[in-house]
Design a protein. Sequence first.
Lengths: 450, 292
Amino acid sequence: MTQHTMKSFPMGGIHPQDHKLSADQAITSLPVTETVSVFFSQHIGAPATPLIKPGDQVKTGQLIAESAGFISANIHSPVTGTVVKFEEVMDASGYKKTAAVIKVADDEWEDGIDLTPDLKTDIPADPDLIRQKVQKAGIVGLGGATFPTHVKLGVPSGKAAEVLLVNGVECEPYLTADHRLMLEKGREILVGIRIALAALGLKKAIIGIENNKPDAIKYLQSLLTGEDPISIQALKVRYPQGGERQLVKALTGREIPPPPRGLPIDVGAVVLNVATCKAIYDAVQKNKPLIERVITVTGCSIQKPSNFLARIGVPIQSLIDAAGGLPEQTGKVISGGPMMGKSLASLDCPVTKGTGGIVVFDAEVARRQDMMDCIRCGKCVSVCPLGLEPYLLAALVERNMLDRAEAEKITNCCECACCTYTCPSSRSLLDYIRLGKTAVLKAMRERQQK
Amino acid sequence: MSMTLLFTILTLCLIGIFAAIILYIIAQKFKVEEDPRIDAVEEVLPSANCGACGYPGCRAFAEACIKADSLEGLFCVPGGNECMAQVAHLLGHEAVAQDPKIAVVRCNGTVENRAHVTQYDGVKTCAICAQTYSGETACAYGCLGLGDCETVCPFDAIHIDVKTQLPVVDEDKCTACGKCVTACPKQIIELRKRGPKGRRVWISCINHDKGGAARKACQAACIGCGKCVKECPFDAIVLENNLAYIDFEKCKLCRKCVAVCPTGAIHEIHFPPRPVKSQETTGGPSTAVSEG
């Protein structure tokens, strides 16, 4: 299939240089640091309720905080050791959140966790059992949104799921964690997908992979038989194809109703990331909770761009050290991909379930250009995958005209940053839009409460 | 020729007179009866349209004053007691006096006190900086110094000091309208009582971190040691979440707390300079503590 005829989403999008420097680097385990800090809130929804207190001994994989509500997730200890204290620890954006600081002594796993590498293919038939196991293991969406997965595996009443879409797109430049995982843990991912299918009672799953990962497409294809419920769809390389809305459109041709209300389930789709499918496999087949994840550490000046299997709670500094240290000319360290990630305020902040990559940029490249006036070229309009008018939204927010911004559907914005990327006047369009979006959503909630 | 001219002028005059009559009739028929007192009250108000009263502009406030049975709950902050007395006189109500207030900046994280650990190169507004991250310094609570308060002030009463990178309130111009209070994403600015002769005592910090962490981020931070709470003879200071707060309703301006604060987080303003003798006694408590 050529790029021309390949499936993709219909509107907007960009194609930044992909710089997948670590694509050939096999996943390696990152050594655990002396102490780890585990946040009680690493997911969307209510923070988990702590079950431990300072002074307690914990084992690797032990439940240390319990899900507090329907949309919340369990947290497990990523190490064996002593809980030193509960402390307010700086998160990636520099604000403080409560975390348990654990002094590492050993790596003794909780009983009942299967650590053998053997592939277990027999799938439990009971959907409730699967959901229970997934919930117990504290699995959240590993694509970055960290939405509790057990909620996704239960279809709300009145809605019907038709197809499971598996997100192996990895459209962010630089990141290769999902790519490597597909190559190295392809079999486990496929079993994970079959488990998710069983939980949802579905007969069809499509894995969407961008065409810049032909080896992953070929490998996964080779694991599938002719009449498999799972199929693979190569997608045209285009950012933000990994966005839920864009992926559903690309793979099924269906359009999710506009946010903030619309979800993939409204058009009969459930979307899971490949890493989440691997975590589902670990939870259901091996009783292994989510305490580690694959993280890409990369950047043009980084000595050894790598993919690490890192425990939750280790400081980001340790990841960078393992990749050859922080280059002298570093300007910014981004947590997440370069398009949607956030610049870190401090390298001491710990890895969370949502950390997918660490990208290091040189000062020269990272510095933002001075903002100039909008020249009404309309580039931002043509790249917006949601058909919004970013220049207008930004101008409205700048002038505090939030009513008008709401009417112009500012809440539809998925914050993909295509507009800011493409702007020839280097205007920080997304910053303004995000500000306005937060304010409008707050106003909408207040109106609803009345 | 002249006939044509005359005819044209006459026709135009007739049309004009006809239109005027119609407009007069319509104006009489659809006349909006407006209370003349609205204009009178609006005349007295400062016309800043700042919205501090809670109404969209001075005219809306004037209308609200006229509709209300008493002036309770209605107060023009920039106009102050004088203006409200005039309004009360016009409407025959009793004026409800309020203590004059002023915006107070509760951060002393000057460039010297607070080291910058990162550099922000995004849009130069506090609102966007605060949503991006906690700011250039290690203190996640303090002033960002990008001047949203300055931009929003309708009275030109607050400015960012170039040296300290902190906002400074112009005492003469500030009317306590509260626009800066809502504009500040870190909630640093508070409206406090102006005090007799403008004398005020307040804690110039809102850092809720534990003492060590707060001090590490900023030399002038409140470390929550509680010395001021113990010292205060009027129970005006409360310590909550590692941060002391002075209740300006209870504070009698004795300044004992200022003397004991180990980090200088408590500020006083417009007091006469302390006599030399009392300065020695300010050194007293700290030595007493080190002995104990």
